[in-house]
Design a binder for this molecule. Structure first.
Ligand SMILES: [Zn+2]
Length: 188
């Protein structure tokens, strides 16, 4: 039964995302499907500064250095990326839905922070992108690898069922699962 495996999977998800490099590798193709792109001038080929996990654009301009958080729902949040990723994972995988209470308890953050995260992550799932509205270039076209295309237009309860894998259609599963499975670290 899927139900009995869920807590174990959650622990594995927390462990998996606790490595900031794994977190980054996981997020790069979702945030930048076309490859790392400077959020200010849209140039490709930025230099990666591994020690700080940021990039430096090859063009000279203000804010030449940028992190993966720029223009995403994670921007201006003091919550580290690994917790964001686990919260995303929880929303995608808990079949009965999750409350900010549960997220706060599991991630060791305040309920207010958890509520804020849930709100943003749900919005991201709705739009199919971690991009914020109104960022440079506007809303990026929904990435089909993030949420199975059809899931976006489904009724909420159907969508929840599909996304958690209760339906027959695996295509509608969220990428969080797909990438985790590809990484070979976590299997729900
Ligand atoms: Zn640039």
């Amino acid at each position: 039964m899927k139900h009995s495996k869920e807590p174990k999977a959650l622990i594995e998800a927390i462990r998996y995302f606790s490595d900031p490099d794994i977190c980054l590798q996981f997020l790069i193709p979702i945030v930048w499907p076309e490859g790392v792109t400077c959020p200010h001038c849209q140039a490709k080929g930025a230099h990666f500064i591994a020690t700080r996990r940021i990039w430096r654009c090859k063009n000279r301009h203000d804010k030449q250095q940028f992190s993966i958080k720029v223009d995403t729902i994670f921007e201006d949040s003091p919550i580290p990326l690994d917790k964001w990723m686990v919260a995303t994972w929880m929303i995608a995988n808990c079949k009965n839905g999750i409350s900010s209470c549960e997220v706060a308890k599991d991630l060791g953050i305040t309920q207010k922070s958890a509520w804020f995260m849930l709100h943003r992550v749900r919005l991201a799932m709705h739009t199919g992108s971690f991009r914020k509205f109104g960022g440079n270039g506007g809303e990026v076209e929904a990435d089909e690898t993030f949420i199975g295309g059809k899931a976006r237009n489904m009724h909420k309860s159907v969508k929840a069922r599909r996304i958690t894998g209760q339906g027959h259609n695996n295509i509608d599963k969220v990428i969080v699962m797909g990438v985790l499975e590809r990484g070979g670290h976590v299997r729900a």
